[in-house]
Design a protein around this ligand. Structure first.
Ligand SMILES: C[S@@+](CC[C@H](N)C(=O)[O-])C[C@H]1O[C@@H](n2cnc3c(N)ncnc32)[C@H](O)[C@@H]1O
Length: 209
């Protein structure tokens, strides 16, 4: 999986300051995120683009929203008529909106509790940067390899995972691509919208089983 795009974000992001996502999204920060209408709009726009990059081979597909947070993507996917399962490591996020009625799963996406070959698509919006953020950290590498191996296993054949995230630099993207190639049979590529505009840049990892 080649990545010829070069960048390095200087501004510090929360995932660099906080070791664990549970230490960042709590209290007021969690409430502000979950109740922000502008965040809802942004995340639904990204989800809409992620769905364009999907390729469902069956009618009535079942989609996993990995790292669903308060459910901005899950609710949007549901409104479009798809079946969706939201999963997040933070239980408090799963009490907002109609996501409560979607039976969300409180789990770590590096240890997903599902059987093989059950999803027709996996979407993950703005979450992966919390799982893999340091190319020198072997625990993070193991976690990512677990995640991608599980994603491969729970997807049906001819299905896609579309993962939008905010890597700090191109080295992270390349390392992720290498781990995917070495540990799964996924084929895929990075799709980068607005690559030259750091504010509008959106990076999607599109993988096919
Ligand atoms: C920036 S929020 C995005 C939430 C949602 N996808 C959205 O678009 O609004 C990142 C989410 O990733 C979740 N997350 C991070 N690491 C996770 C992990 N290992 N397993 C499950 N969820 C995780 C966090 O709990 C948080 O809800």
């Amino acid at each position: 999986m080649n990545n010829e795009f070069s960048f390095d974000v200087k501004k510090k992001r929360p995932e660099e300051t906080y070791e664990k996502v549970l230490d960042y999204f709590r209290g007021d920060i969690l409430t502000q995120y979950a109740t922000s209408k502008s965040m809802m709009r942004i995340q639904q726009k990204i989800t809409s683009r992620a769905l364009e990059l999907m390729n469902f081979s069956r009618k009535d597909p079942l989609i996993l929203d990995a790292g669903c947070g308060p459910g901005f993507a899950s609710m949007y996917i549901k409104e479009l008529g798809y079946r969706v399962v939201g999963l997040d490591i933070i239980l408090d996020f799963l009490h907002y909106y109609e996501i409560k009625g979607l039976n969300p799963v409180n789990a770590d996406m590096c240890l997903v509790p599902f059987k093989s070959n059950i999803f027709d698509g996996i979407i993950s919006i703005s979450a992966l940067q919390w799982v893999f953020k340091d190319t020198n950290d072997n625990v993070m590498k193991t976690n990512f390899i677990n995640l991608i191996t599980y994603f491969y296993s729970i997807l049906r054949n001819n299905s896609r995972a579309v993962i939008q995230f905010y890597p700090k630099n191109d080295e992270i993207m390349t390392t992720i691509g290498k781990m995917i190639t070495e540990n799964t049979k996924f084929t895929g590529e990075y799709i980068i919208d607005n690559p030259q505009n750091p504010k509008k840049r959106r990076i999607f990892l599109v993988l096919e089983k």
